[in-house]
Ligand binder design. Structure first.
Ligand code: MG
Length: 258
Protein backbone atom coordinates (compact mmCIF):
# COMPACT_ATOMS: atom_id res chain seq x y z
CA UNK A 1 0.00 0.00 0.00
CA UNK A 2 1.17 3.53 -0.77
CA UNK A 3 0.37 5.87 2.13
CA UNK A 4 0.59 9.62 1.66
CA UNK A 5 0.10 12.52 4.05
CA UNK A 6 -1.66 15.49 2.54
CA UNK A 7 -3.56 18.68 3.17
CA UNK A 8 -6.81 19.78 1.65
CA UNK A 9 -8.79 22.88 2.64
CA UNK A 10 -6.56 23.40 5.66
CA UNK A 11 -7.03 19.85 7.00
CA UNK A 12 -4.21 17.30 7.22
CA UNK A 13 -4.84 13.58 6.81
CA UNK A 14 -3.30 10.34 5.63
CA UNK A 15 -4.61 8.51 2.61
CA UNK A 16 -3.99 5.31 0.68
CA UNK A 17 -3.10 5.92 -2.96
CA UNK A 18 -4.99 4.05 -5.65
CA UNK A 19 -4.24 3.91 -9.36
CA UNK A 20 -1.14 3.67 -11.51
CA UNK A 21 -1.19 6.60 -13.90
CA UNK A 22 0.45 9.65 -12.38
CA UNK A 23 -2.37 12.04 -13.33
CA UNK A 24 -5.18 9.67 -12.29
CA UNK A 25 -4.07 8.85 -8.74
CA UNK A 26 -6.74 8.96 -6.05
CA UNK A 27 -6.42 9.06 -2.24
CA UNK A 28 -8.74 7.00 -0.05
CA UNK A 29 -8.72 8.94 3.22
CA UNK A 30 -7.54 6.97 6.26
CA UNK A 31 -9.49 7.11 9.52
CA UNK A 32 -6.95 7.79 12.24
CA UNK A 33 -3.22 7.31 11.83
CA UNK A 34 -1.55 4.61 9.79
CA UNK A 35 0.82 3.36 12.52
CA UNK A 36 -2.02 1.63 14.39
CA UNK A 37 -4.76 -0.54 12.93
CA UNK A 38 -6.62 1.74 10.59
CA UNK A 39 -9.55 1.74 8.22
CA UNK A 40 -10.01 3.35 4.87
CA UNK A 41 -12.95 5.76 4.95
CA UNK A 42 -14.02 5.17 1.37
CA UNK A 43 -13.98 8.95 0.87
CA UNK A 44 -11.77 9.55 -2.14
CA UNK A 45 -10.02 12.64 -3.52
CA UNK A 46 -7.83 13.01 -6.59
CA UNK A 47 -4.15 13.45 -5.72
CA UNK A 48 -4.11 16.42 -8.10
CA UNK A 49 -6.55 18.25 -5.81
CA UNK A 50 -4.45 18.02 -2.65
CA UNK A 51 -1.02 19.13 -1.50
CA UNK A 52 1.21 16.19 -0.65
CA UNK A 53 3.14 16.74 2.59
CA UNK A 54 6.18 14.92 3.96
CA UNK A 55 4.75 11.40 4.35
CA UNK A 56 5.71 11.32 8.03
CA UNK A 57 6.78 13.85 10.67
CA UNK A 58 9.75 12.07 12.23
CA UNK A 59 10.86 12.66 15.79
CA UNK A 60 14.33 12.04 14.37
CA UNK A 61 16.02 11.21 11.10
CA UNK A 62 19.01 8.92 11.58
CA UNK A 63 21.24 8.94 8.51
CA UNK A 64 24.02 6.48 7.78
CA UNK A 65 27.13 7.60 5.90
CA UNK A 66 29.39 5.83 3.40
CA UNK A 67 27.19 2.78 2.93
CA UNK A 68 27.99 2.35 -0.77
CA UNK A 69 31.67 1.62 -1.48
CA UNK A 70 31.85 3.53 -4.75
CA UNK A 71 30.42 6.66 -3.11
CA UNK A 72 32.86 6.45 -0.18
CA UNK A 73 35.73 6.27 -2.67
CA UNK A 74 34.50 9.13 -4.87
CA UNK A 75 34.91 11.47 -1.88
CA UNK A 76 38.29 9.94 -0.97
CA UNK A 77 36.99 8.19 2.16
CA UNK A 78 37.70 4.72 3.54
CA UNK A 79 34.86 2.23 3.52
CA UNK A 80 33.95 1.98 7.23
CA UNK A 81 34.02 -1.40 9.00
CA UNK A 82 30.98 -0.60 11.09
CA UNK A 83 27.94 1.54 10.21
CA UNK A 84 28.17 5.15 11.37
CA UNK A 85 25.23 7.45 11.89
CA UNK A 86 24.45 11.14 12.19
CA UNK A 87 21.23 13.07 12.75
CA UNK A 88 19.18 15.32 10.57
CA UNK A 89 16.74 17.33 12.70
CA UNK A 90 12.95 17.21 12.26
CA UNK A 91 13.12 20.82 11.02
CA UNK A 92 15.18 19.70 8.00
CA UNK A 93 12.28 17.65 6.62
CA UNK A 94 10.29 18.89 3.62
CA UNK A 95 7.86 17.11 1.33
CA UNK A 96 7.45 16.42 -2.37
CA UNK A 97 7.37 19.61 -4.41
CA UNK A 98 8.69 21.73 -1.53
CA UNK A 99 11.64 24.02 -2.12
CA UNK A 100 15.20 23.26 -1.04
CA UNK A 101 16.54 26.55 0.25
CA UNK A 102 20.22 27.02 -0.59
CA UNK A 103 21.89 28.02 2.69
CA UNK A 104 23.78 31.31 2.95
CA UNK A 105 26.84 29.72 4.61
CA UNK A 106 27.67 27.25 1.82
CA UNK A 107 28.91 27.50 -1.75
CA UNK A 108 28.79 23.75 -2.47
CA UNK A 109 25.46 22.04 -1.81
CA UNK A 110 25.24 18.42 -2.98
CA UNK A 111 22.39 15.99 -3.67
CA UNK A 112 22.42 12.43 -2.22
CA UNK A 113 19.64 10.06 -3.34
CA UNK A 114 18.80 7.57 -0.59
CA UNK A 115 16.31 4.86 0.30
CA UNK A 116 14.54 5.91 3.50
CA UNK A 117 13.14 3.37 5.96
CA UNK A 118 10.13 4.49 8.00
CA UNK A 119 9.76 2.95 11.47
CA UNK A 120 6.28 1.70 12.39
CA UNK A 121 6.50 0.96 16.10
CA UNK A 122 8.38 1.99 19.21
CA UNK A 123 11.40 -0.25 19.58
CA UNK A 124 14.84 -0.60 21.12
CA UNK A 125 17.57 -3.25 20.91
CA UNK A 126 15.84 -4.84 17.95
CA UNK A 127 17.23 -8.31 17.19
CA UNK A 128 18.08 -8.94 13.57
CA UNK A 129 15.19 -11.36 13.06
CA UNK A 130 12.66 -8.79 14.37
CA UNK A 131 13.77 -5.88 12.18
CA UNK A 132 11.06 -6.51 9.60
CA UNK A 133 8.43 -6.17 12.36
CA UNK A 134 9.43 -2.59 13.21
CA UNK A 135 9.49 -1.31 9.62
CA UNK A 136 6.39 0.51 8.41
CA UNK A 137 7.59 1.07 4.85
CA UNK A 138 9.95 2.86 2.50
CA UNK A 139 10.17 6.22 0.80
CA UNK A 140 12.62 8.31 -1.21
CA UNK A 141 14.98 10.77 0.46
CA UNK A 142 17.53 13.34 -0.60
CA UNK A 143 20.27 13.84 2.00
CA UNK A 144 21.08 17.40 0.95
CA UNK A 145 24.59 18.25 2.13
CA UNK A 146 26.65 21.43 2.34
CA UNK A 147 29.82 19.61 1.24
CA UNK A 148 32.21 22.49 1.88
CA UNK A 149 30.87 22.91 5.41
CA UNK A 150 31.01 19.14 6.00
CA UNK A 151 34.70 19.20 5.08
CA UNK A 152 35.65 22.07 7.37
CA UNK A 153 33.50 21.34 10.44
CA UNK A 154 34.12 18.26 12.55
CA UNK A 155 30.47 17.65 13.40
CA UNK A 156 27.95 17.65 10.57
CA UNK A 157 25.06 19.34 12.35
CA UNK A 158 25.14 22.43 10.11
CA UNK A 159 26.35 20.73 6.94
CA UNK A 160 23.59 18.11 6.97
CA UNK A 161 20.99 19.58 9.30
CA UNK A 162 20.04 22.93 7.84
CA UNK A 163 16.38 23.72 7.11
CA UNK A 164 15.01 21.95 4.00
CA UNK A 165 17.99 19.55 3.80
CA UNK A 166 15.83 16.43 4.09
CA UNK A 167 13.24 16.08 1.32
CA UNK A 168 11.10 12.93 1.87
CA UNK A 169 8.35 11.41 -0.26
CA UNK A 170 6.25 11.26 -2.27
CA UNK A 171 4.59 8.58 -0.07
CA UNK A 172 5.45 5.48 1.97
CA UNK A 173 5.28 2.12 0.18
CA UNK A 174 4.47 -0.52 2.81
CA UNK A 175 4.69 -3.65 0.63
CA UNK A 176 8.17 -3.73 -0.81
CA UNK A 177 11.24 -5.94 -0.73
CA UNK A 178 14.01 -3.32 -0.45
CA UNK A 179 16.83 -5.76 -1.22
CA UNK A 180 17.62 -4.91 -4.84
CA UNK A 181 15.93 -1.74 -6.11
CA UNK A 182 17.18 0.76 -8.67
CA UNK A 183 17.87 4.13 -7.09
CA UNK A 184 18.50 7.07 -9.35
CA UNK A 185 18.71 10.84 -9.27
CA UNK A 186 18.35 13.41 -12.00
CA UNK A 187 19.07 17.14 -12.05
CA UNK A 188 17.00 19.04 -14.62
CA UNK A 189 16.22 15.69 -16.26
CA UNK A 190 19.87 14.59 -16.56
CA UNK A 191 20.94 11.48 -14.72
CA UNK A 192 23.54 12.07 -11.99
CA UNK A 193 23.24 9.05 -9.70
CA UNK A 194 22.37 5.45 -10.46
CA UNK A 195 22.77 2.50 -8.14
CA UNK A 196 21.05 -0.51 -6.65
CA UNK A 197 20.13 -1.00 -3.01
CA UNK A 198 21.86 -4.40 -3.21
CA UNK A 199 25.16 -2.46 -3.27
CA UNK A 200 24.75 -1.30 0.33
CA UNK A 201 27.71 -2.34 2.50
CA UNK A 202 25.61 -2.70 5.66
CA UNK A 203 22.10 -4.05 5.15
CA UNK A 204 18.94 -2.41 6.46
CA UNK A 205 18.92 -5.09 9.20
CA UNK A 206 22.50 -4.13 10.18
CA UNK A 207 21.58 -0.43 10.31
CA UNK A 208 18.49 -0.87 12.48
CA UNK A 209 20.25 -3.29 14.84
CA UNK A 210 23.10 -0.77 15.10
CA UNK A 211 21.05 2.34 15.86
CA UNK A 212 18.42 0.66 18.05
CA UNK A 213 21.23 -0.65 20.25
CA UNK A 214 21.74 2.97 21.24
CA UNK A 215 18.33 4.61 21.18
CA UNK A 216 14.58 4.10 21.12
CA UNK A 217 13.05 4.45 17.69
CA UNK A 218 9.53 5.87 17.47
CA UNK A 219 6.75 5.41 14.90
CA UNK A 220 7.48 7.78 12.03
CA UNK A 221 11.21 7.92 12.65
CA UNK A 222 13.24 7.74 9.45
CA UNK A 223 16.48 5.90 8.72
CA UNK A 224 18.51 7.06 5.70
CA UNK A 225 20.55 4.19 4.29
CA UNK A 226 23.33 5.97 2.40
CA UNK A 227 23.80 7.19 -1.14
CA UNK A 228 25.25 5.52 -4.24
CA UNK A 229 28.03 7.13 -6.27
CA UNK A 230 27.48 10.22 -8.39
CA UNK A 231 26.86 12.93 -5.81
CA UNK A 232 27.42 16.44 -7.05
CA UNK A 233 26.50 20.10 -6.81
CA UNK A 234 23.11 21.76 -7.05
CA UNK A 235 22.57 25.36 -8.00
CA UNK A 236 19.65 27.72 -7.50
CA UNK A 237 16.97 26.98 -10.08
CA UNK A 238 17.76 23.26 -10.38
CA UNK A 239 15.02 20.65 -10.23
CA UNK A 240 16.28 17.51 -8.49
CA UNK A 241 14.40 14.19 -8.62
CA UNK A 242 15.02 10.95 -6.71
CA UNK A 243 13.35 7.85 -8.17
CA UNK A 244 13.34 4.47 -6.44
CA UNK A 245 11.95 1.39 -8.14
CA UNK A 246 8.66 0.32 -6.58
CA UNK A 247 8.18 3.59 -4.69
CA UNK A 248 8.00 6.62 -6.98
CA UNK A 249 9.68 9.96 -7.61
CA UNK A 250 10.48 12.74 -5.15
CA UNK A 251 10.99 16.08 -6.92
CA UNK A 252 12.17 19.35 -5.38
CA UNK A 253 13.37 22.67 -6.71
CA UNK A 254 16.37 24.58 -5.37
CA UNK A 255 15.78 28.22 -4.45
CA UNK A 256 17.74 30.97 -2.74
CA UNK A 257 16.85 31.26 0.91
CA UNK A 258 14.55 34.29 1.15
MG1 MG B 1 23.87 10.56 2.86
Amino acid sequence: MRIARFSIDGNVAFGAIEGDKQDELVLDIIKGIPFADFELSGTKVPVGKVRLLPPVLPNKVVAFGRNYAEHARELGNEVPDAPFAFFKPSTSVIGPGDEIQYPSFSAEVHHEAELAVVIGRMCREVPRERVKDVIFGYTCANDITARDVQKREKQWARAKGFDTSCPLGPWVETDLDPGDLTIQLTVNGQQRQLGRTSEMIHSIEDLIVNISEAMTLLPGDVILTGTPAGVGPLTVGDEVAVTIEGIGTLTNKVVKRG
